[in-house]
Design a protein around this ligand. Structure first.
Ligand code: PHE
Length: 378
């Protein structure tokens, strides 16, 4: 069902107000229909169960000091999403290829960090923000254009680190790692994890926590010591802070053994009935898996071709029947023309698909790709 008006966190959004052929808007209907679903607020949904478990870890360890927000509107200004957290003007995440823009100044938040600056300005020193975030991306079992994050921020006053022999940054970084390792143990018990140094525009130093899952290291959160500039601008001049942003789906997939990210969106009772309020880490029992069907398509690309644009077309046509889109061949001929071959895996998690249905999907994908992507089908 296409919703035309919805209310999220006190903000009313009228979808029909959004000019559809506005070139500064790249939000497809398949994304609009996800707005306002707020899976993280369902106590019997794996994402809600996980959110509640993380809340209770913070409640127990910080005697309720962390204020929780899970109702902030996902439509934010580009300023809040990027500038306020010091994302450079030329950073890839600002591109129309990576982020959904409602218009040139307004985006679907691509991270919960979009709320950091305002909450700091409002004087909050301990807070958790949970919400749906939106990113244009590839298609596979761990990527979906809408997912959920939880942001955590803690601000320290000078007296807190001055009592130790450490400087503020070292003190905050150590506290941050201790807090998140404790959280990982609270959620997983024993699990293999590792810290990786990384870069974020809003923290320095910055780290990622990875967890070993399905034979691979899976990135589950990013964190670090907040840039002084952010604190200064929010009226916290002499303070130090840490921040983290964790991906709820990634963690929930590991905890509940959920093999495919599309399952979070299904209303199939064989999925939903397996989870109950407060029950963390019940192992999901897959209901009979239907076979995937693979279809290949090859085309000559133009300079403007991007994989994210291709994936968006596949999602628009096939919805959650699209399981994976994979580049399987790539070559440039003597004339300098580049050919890509993509393999699309179609599979329903609820039923078996007929050949006819899949052929129709693939036909529609080819038509759309040809008319929208400036490529030449081979
Ligand atoms: N916003 C970052 C992301 O989405 C995560 C993050 C949050 C990193 C807070 C550091 C501090 O990847």
């Amino acid at each position: 069902p296409v919703v035309s008006a919805l209310e999220i966190g006190g903000v009313t959004i009228d979808k029909d107000d959004v000019v559809k052929d506005d070139p500064t808007n790249n939000v497809p209907d398949s994304i609009y229909t996800k707005l306002g679903l707020q899976l993280h607020k369902r106590d019997k949904h794996p994402l809600g169960i996980l959110k509640n478990a993380i809340h209770s870890y913070f409640d127990t360890n910080y005697s309720g000091k962390f204020v929780k927000f899970d109702d902030l509107c996902p439509i934010v200004s580009a300023k809040e999403n990027f500038d306020d957290v010091l994302v450079p003007a030329d950073h890839v995440s600002r591109s129309y290829n990576d982020t959904y823009y409602i218009d040139a100044q307004t985006v679907l938040r691509c991270h919960t960090s979009a709320h950091q600056a305002e909450l700091l300005r409002n004087g909050h020193t301990h807070f958790l923000v949970t919400g749906d975030v939106y990113r244009r991306d590839s298609i596979d079992s761990t990527h979906y254009p809408v997912f959920h994050q939880m942001e955590g921020v803690r601000v320290f006053s000078p007296d807190e680190w001055e009592a130790s022999s450490k400087d503020g940054t070292t003190y905050a970084a150590e506290d941050l790692k201790k807090c998140l390792e404790g959280l990982a143990r609270h959620l997983f018990g024993a699990v293999e994890m590792r810290w990786v140094d990384t870069y974020f525009p809003f923290t320095e130093p910055s780290f990622e926590l990875e967890i070993f899952f399905q034979e691979k290291w899976l990135e589950v959160l990013g964190c670090g010591v907040t840039e002084q500039e952010i604190l200064k601008r929010s009226g916290n001049v002499d303070k130090v802070a840490w921040a983290f942003g964790l991906g709820l789906e990634r963690l929930a997939m590991v905890l509940f053994e959920i093999p495919d990210i599309r399952l979070f969106w299904t209303s199939d009772e064989r999925f939903t009935s397996q989870f109950s309020k407060g029950q963390l880490g019940v192992k999901f029992k897959p209901f009979s898996k239907f076979p995937p069907c693979y279809k290949d398509m090859s085309f000559w690309i133009s300079d403007s071709f991007t994989e994210n644009n291709l994936c968006e077309i596949v999602r628009a046509v096939a919805g959650d029947l699209a399981e994976e889109v994979q580049l399987i061949d790539n070559f440039t001929n003597k004339k300098g023309m580049t050919s890509h071959c993509y393999r699309i895996a179609y599979r329903s998690m609820e039923r078996s698909l007929t050949d006819e249905e899949i052929n129709q999907l693939q036909f529609n994908v080819r038509e759309e790709v040809e008319s929208k992507l400036k490529v030449v089908l081979r």
